[in-house]
Structure formats: C-alpha cells, structure tokens
Design a binder for this molecule. Structure first.
Ligand SMILES: Nc1nc2c(ncn2[C@@H]2O[C@H](COP(=O)(O)OP(=O)(O)OP(=O)(O)O)[C@@H](O)[C@H]2O)c(=O)[nH]1
Length: 750
C-alpha cells in the first residue's frame, strides 16, 4: 500500500522568517562578518597584512586564517583568492600552456584534485549519498571515481566528442535506490540515471580558466548584474507577494542566453527577466531583455479562470486530505508509529499484520513488524532503516490523512526533502530513551534538528511532537518534561510558535496514547490529547484551487504490461480530472489524464492539496521525469538554471560558502548540482536590508543574496509566485547547509 517516493525558519507567516531563527547574530567577536578580514574597499585589513609580514614565506588567509605558501594565490583551504592578487605564473606548472594550479578556483582545484602535487589539504568534500557504508568516511570526489587524468587527457577525451564541450563529472547524487520498484506492477523511473549534459561543464571549464589566470570569478564571469543590487526586505517581499497574487503574474518562456544551457561565465551580460514587481527593485539586470519565444502559450496568470468543477463546493462531502510528514532522527520509531497507526485504524488487516510479524521474525527483526508495513523493500527490511518515503493513507474524524513516512538516516535526507516537501503538517518523532534523544538533537548532525529546520522551511507551521518509546523510560514525566523543554526551545528558534506545537508522549510499540487514552497507569499523568486527537486538531492550510494547475512530480511509475505512465505527487495549485490535457515539463510534451487514483482508489477529480496518482496517456515514459512538473498547457511552469536566491546559512556550516562552492540544490522533488557564481550581498537578519555588498564568503547564520547556476534546467517558480515551488535547500557533504527562496529567475529555458 505505501507508495514510495524519493530530502528553519519561516518564509510563510509574517514573512519575518529569518528573524524567527533565534540565532545569535552577534558574531562580530568571532568573525568580523562585515569584513571577513577584508575591508570594504577590498584592501586586506591591517591585521592580516601584519600577519603576512610576520610570517615570511606564507600568507594568512583572511577568511580561514590558514597559512598558505607564498606561491599560492588562492587559499588552499577555502579557495578564497589572495588579495591583493599576487601573480606567480612564473612558478606554475603548465599543462598545455595552461596553468593548472595557481589562482584556480575551488571548483577548478576540485576538478583537478587527482593531480598529486596540489591536493587541497581540506578541500570541499562531497559524500556519496544513499550509501550508509560510506557515511563515516567523507570522500573527496576524486575518490568517487568521478574524475581522473590530467587536463590534457580530459580535454582530448571530451574535445573529440565536441570541441566546445568538456564533460567532467565532479559530483554525484544518490545511487539508484533499490526501493524504487513499486508495487502494482508499476516501475518507478525516479532514480534512473539522468542523461548527462555535456554542455553543462563548459561553464565549469570557463570558470576554471578564469581561476587559472588568477582572476576573481566575480570579475571574470559576466554574470554580474551590477553592484547596485537593491535587496528586497522581507516585509516588502510580503507586500509585493500579496500584490502579485492579486495582480498580473506572467509565466513566459524566454530564450536563454547561452547555447549550452549552463553559461555561467558568458561574455554576454546575463539577461534577467521577471514580470513581478520585485524586479523593479533589482539591479542593472532589469535593463537586459530576453526574447519571448512562446508568448502565445504563456498567458498571464491573472487571466486564468478556473472551471466550475475545479472549486470544491458544499456538495463535496469527502473529507479533506491532510498531508503529514513523519520525520525525526533515525530509529526514533517513525515507521513503527505509522504502521501501528495504520493497523489501529483498520488500514492494515490482522492477516497482513500476522504476515509482517512472521516475516520479520524469520529475519530476526521481530521488533520491526509494524515498520515493515511501510518499509517494503528488501534492502530497507534487511537494514532495518527507511530509505525512501512511504506514503500511506488513513482516516481520522476530520481528515483523509496522508502519512509521509520519511527516512531518518542522514544519507537519505534528500529523499526526506522530496517527500516532506508535500507536507501540510508534521509529526516529529523523538526517542525518549536516554542518549537517543540527545543524539538526535545534537548540533553536529542530529537529524531531529535538521528535519525540524527543513520542515519549517517547507512552510509547515504546525507540528505534533511524539515523544516515542516512553516505555523505555518508564513513562517518566520528568523525562518528557526535560525533552519538551530542550526541543521546545529549539523549535521556537526554528520559528515554530509554541501554540502550534502539540506534545504527545507515546509508545508505538506498546500502543500507548495513539488512538485512545493511555491504558498504562504510568502514563496517567498525561492529560493532553492522544495522537489521533492531536491530528484532528491540526488546521487545513489554504489551498490554491483557483490557480492554474501545478503538480510537481514526485515519482514516475511505468506499467510495462500496459505501457502506461503514471505520476504521483501532491497538487500544489489547481485541479485535474480525466480527459484533462496537461503539459509535462521540462520535456514540454502534452499528455492526457486517463484516470486518477487516491489512496489506491479511482477518483474523478484531484484538487490542490491532494496527493494523487495521475495515469497519463499520449506520452512516452522517458519524457516524464521525477522532479518535473505537470501543469496547465497555457501556464507552463518556469524552467531555469540560473537563479538569484535569498538564503540563510545554517549553523552546521564549518567551511565558508564562497564563489565557486559546489552544492546540491533541492527544490520540490528536483535536485541538481549547483555552483555559487556570485555572492551579491549580506543581509541584515533583522531588517532584511543589504548590509554589505559582494562579501567574499558566507559563514554560519548569515543571511545573503547569492546567484547559483545549476548543471541542468530545473522546473521552478519564483517564491513570490508559488511558495512551494520556490523554496530551496542547499546541501553539501551530506548536510543541509542553507535554506532559501528563489527571488529571481535569471536565466530561463531556451
Ligand atoms: N521500546 C520501543 N521500541 C520502539 C518503539 N517504537 C519503535 N521501536 C523500535 O525502534 C526500532 C526502530 O524503529 P523504526 O520504526 O524502524 O524507526 P524509524 O524511525 O522508522 O527508523 P528510520 O526510518 O530508519 O529512521 C525498531 O526496533 C522498533 O521496534 C517504542 O515505542 N518502544
């Protein structure tokens, strides 16, 4: 029954999200964040100059303070260029006449990490995903086997295929999950390896060359939109957002600037488009114009008139669907809780339950019987962990509840993001056992912490905290209160209001306080609601029925026997019914809705908020991809690879984010490799206004405007136009390092 799908602060409420994060922004002492050791005019601060003079033969990095050899023109640790720039070309090793080291960007160094003499001692690290075995061993990506050979070899290999393109894969996402096979004869295509984009590496190559000659990326790459970027503060943003929703919004399709689609270092001034009022606040970019190539198809959203059937009326007697993400640290009992709830609510029959118990016992994992209802794949069962999101349905008094059981293991956070991004509310499960809760909340990698931050940044503002495994602590009130105090403080710092957090002590294993008041006397002290009551007390968020259809594709299912393609996910806007024609993006192919399913049952209509399976006809399976979007043919979702983001760097970041940092970019169900091509400004966390332009790097807890270029085109919307399609998460080395929103789409699909 469960359908498998594939990873704080608040942008929603008062749009004071960054403020909601109760970070101590007073890091003037530790770091001079305004200057980072470099003064406004770009000259090295006196302290740093002094340092360089004192230590002969080395120069101290103004960012990370590492003592680099005098011959280096960029810091070996963080890649920041030496300033003022010292050209040391005479000493360089040249390959094919091209310097292969000095002044190279971090990215360039990483690409050439296999060159022995210049291995960064502690370069940006990347971790394999979906590989538990490797979690303790951070791997530099040359170890991943993604690159090898010298520049000449690489160049010759790739130039033979295309003289203008260089393909080097420096970065890998998850290996295909074994859980990607789904039931009902439908085969998930989700993790099928993506076709490589030869062209996307041209951008990196150009950046590399820029690094080689010791030029700053910011100077060398013409992605700049001028230095006078006006930063939109959060309150302005909110005002504009509401304006925008009531006035005209236009989704238009534009010609991209660069032939190869990546164009991170185009000679041409980048073209910036956007019809929202926000653009008037932007920099010189607004003067650039891109040609509209498909104007006919892109109608202004304000002209959209929903059909009558799309809006639910009083005659619609069905319960509303509420999507609840179940998140929390690994092994806290999420799957067991979900399985138990399904069983108690009659969604798993006694017979099925016996089957799970028997199978689990046979594999020596008797305690996982309930979890097996959600963890269906053999690998999940063998390893005793959830790897992909299990989707299951049950019914409470008030709602048709969709349970999105997320993986807790840090390797599968990308899957958690994909599944939990559909959530209207969340259940955070914490393990009451001594030590386990503390590990989950630990600042250096506790998943309770990361999940809570992520869920909040999805816009979820209602949570139920289930303090599970209370049986392990004798249902102790003291333990419950202690956990409530610690986690409550953290949740408030993420922007959850105290009144929006419900606390439920429970034992999934012993069936305490789940769908009825506790039977164990030791829990008699608890007078609050049981879990099911807590679920019914959640509020249904507003749904955008009257906007054009937008349904991010969470997973693609293909029936080999029937040649049928199905997609599943949550409708963010609009509605669907059989016979409806849809545009499938980014392949830009039309398809017709053959039928719809919810909770394994056929249904006539799916509306915003509904988690549905849409069976399509008239389209080849390979034209439909997870991370794509189904939309109204006249209102296509935007497709882009060059964006401006407003981000908050999380406190887990130990390596500064610099121009050239390579990150995983996550947005709805899509993920893509991304590069920071520009750090536009640091923002004041209180006012949202720019407090420093073009800082050299970003440190933990800083708010900033940046530009990123993605390896491949991704479907998205500016946050101002569609919140759920404009929230982004940046990850590196297996951790979420920043949360943000798309403030501007700079380069769109050709
Ligand atoms: N004592 C006790 N054990 C529990 C309880 N709930 C779950 N467990 C056990 O905790 C272990 C992990 O349970 P899961 O449900 O797989 O945990 P999970 O959070 O879904 O794990 P991941 O999805 O891999 O993060 C299993 O051995 C369960 O039997 C509980 O209430 N009490």
């Amino acid at each position: 029954m469960p359908r498998k799908v594939e990873s704080g602060f608040d942008y929603d409420d008062n749009d004071d999200d960054y403020e909601d994060y109760d970070y101590d922004y007073d890091y003037e002492d530790g770091y001079d964040d305004d200057d980072n050791g470099v003064e406004e005019n770009g000259t090295t601060s006196k302290t740093m100059v002094k340092q360089e003079i004192v230590k002969t033969g080395v120069w101290g990095c103004p960012i990370c303070t590492y003592d680099n050899e005098d011959s280096m023109s960029a810091c070996e640790i963080c890649g920041v260029l030496r300033h003022p720039l010292v050209k040391v070309i005479a000493k360089t090793d040249a390959v094919g006449g091209i310097c292969k080291d000095y002044g190279a960007s971090v990215m360039a160094k990483s690409l050439f990490a296999s060159l022995p003499q210049r291995m960064a001692k502690k370069s940006i690290i990347f971790e394999t995903q979906n590989d538990v075995a490797s979690t303790d061993d951070y791997l530099n990506f040359h170890k991943l086997g993604n690159i090898c050979g010298t520049f000449q070899e690489l160049n010759s290999v790739f130039s033979s295929r295309n003289p203008h393109k260089l393909k080097i894969a420096p970065f890998k996402f998850d290996a295909p999950s074994p859980d990607d096979l789904v039931s009902s004869g439908l085969q998930s295509l989700k993790l099928k390896s993506k076709g490589g984009c030869d062209c996307c590496w041209l951008g990196y190559f150009l950046i590399f060359l820029v690094g080689l000659v010791g030029l700053s990326l910011q100077e060398g790459c013409n992605v700049s939109r001028g230095g006078d970027m006006d930063i939109l503060v959060e309150s302005e943003f909110a005002a504009k957002e509401s304006e925008s929703s009531s006035t005209s919004e236009t989704r238009e399709i534009y010609i991209g600037v660069n032939d190869n689609g990546s164009a991170s270092c185009s000679e041409n001034k980048p073209d910036v488009i956007g019809s929202s009022s926000m653009d008037t606040e932007s920099s010189s970019s607004q003067t650039a114009k891109e040609e509209i190539i498909d104007e006919k198809k892109a109608a202004p959203v304000s002209q959209y008139k929903p059909e009558k059937w799309m809006i639910p009326n009083n005659k619609n007697v069905e319960l509303s669907q509420l999507n609840i993400a179940i998140v929390g640290h690994v092994d806290s009992g999420k799957s067991t809780l979900s399985g138990r709830l399904l069983h108690l609510l009659g969604r798993i029959s006694q017979k099925e339950m016996h089957k799970y118990e028997k199978q689990a016992q046979q594999q020596g994992k008797g305690s996982f019987a309930y979890a097996w209802a959600l963890d269906e794949s053999s690998e999940e069962r063998e390893r005793g962990i959830t790897m992909t999101v299990g989707v299951a349905f049950c019914t409470s008094k008030k709602y048709r509840v969709v349970l999105l059981d997320s993986p807790g293991h840090r390797d599968f956070v990308p899957n958690m993001i994909s599944g939990a991004s559909q959530a209207d509310a969340a259940i955070i499960v914490v393990d009451a056992s001594t030590g386990s809760f503390e590990t989950g909340i630990d600042a250096t990698g506790g998943q309770t912490r990361e999940h809570a931050q992520l869920v909040r940044s999805f816009g979820v503002d209602q949570v139920i905290v289930v303090v599970n495994k209370m049986d392990m602590v004798e249902y102790s009130k003291e333990r419950f209160d202690e956990m409530k105090q610690i986690l409550g403080t953290f949740l408030r710092s993420c922007g959850f209001k105290g009144s929006s957090v419900l606390w439920v002590p429970a034992s999934a294993m012993e069936n305490q306080n789940l769908v009825s008041i506790p039977s164990d006397e030791r829990l008699a002290w608890f007078k609050g609601p049981h879990l099911l009551e807590a679920i019914d007390s959640l509020q249904l968020p507003a749904r955008d029925y009257s906007k054009p259809l937008l349904m991010p594709i969470c997973d693609v299912l293909k029936s080999q026997s029937q040649g049928q393609v199905s997609v599943c996910g949550k409708l963010e806007n609009g509605a669907l019914r059989s016979g409806f024609k849809v545009l499938v993006m980014p392949s830009r192919e039309m398809a017709t809705v053959r039928s719809l399913e919810m909770d394994s049952q056929p249904c006539d209509i799916a509306r915003a908020g509904d988690n549905a399976i849409v069976n399509l006809q008239g389209i080849e399976a390979n034209r439909v991809t997870a991370g794509g979007v189904i939309c109204h043919p006249n209102y296509p979702v935007q497709v882009a690879n060059h964006l401006e983001l407003k981000i908050l760097v999380l406190d887990v970041v130990s390596t500064p984010i610099v121009v050239g940092s390579q990150l995983e970019f996550h947005i709805h169900h899509a993920k893509e490799a991304a590069r920071v091509v520009k750090i536009l400004s640091l923002l004041d966390p209180k006012t949202g206004k720019a407090k420093k332009k073009s800082p050299r790097c970003l440190l933990a807890k800083q708010n900033a405007m940046i530009e990123v270029v993605l390896d491949e085109l991704v479907c998205m919307e500016e946050y101002i136009n569609c919140r759920s399609m404009g929230r982004v998460f940046l990850r590196s080395s297996g951790r979420t390092i920043a949360l943000g929103i798309v403030t501007q789409i700079i380069k769109k699909e050709k």
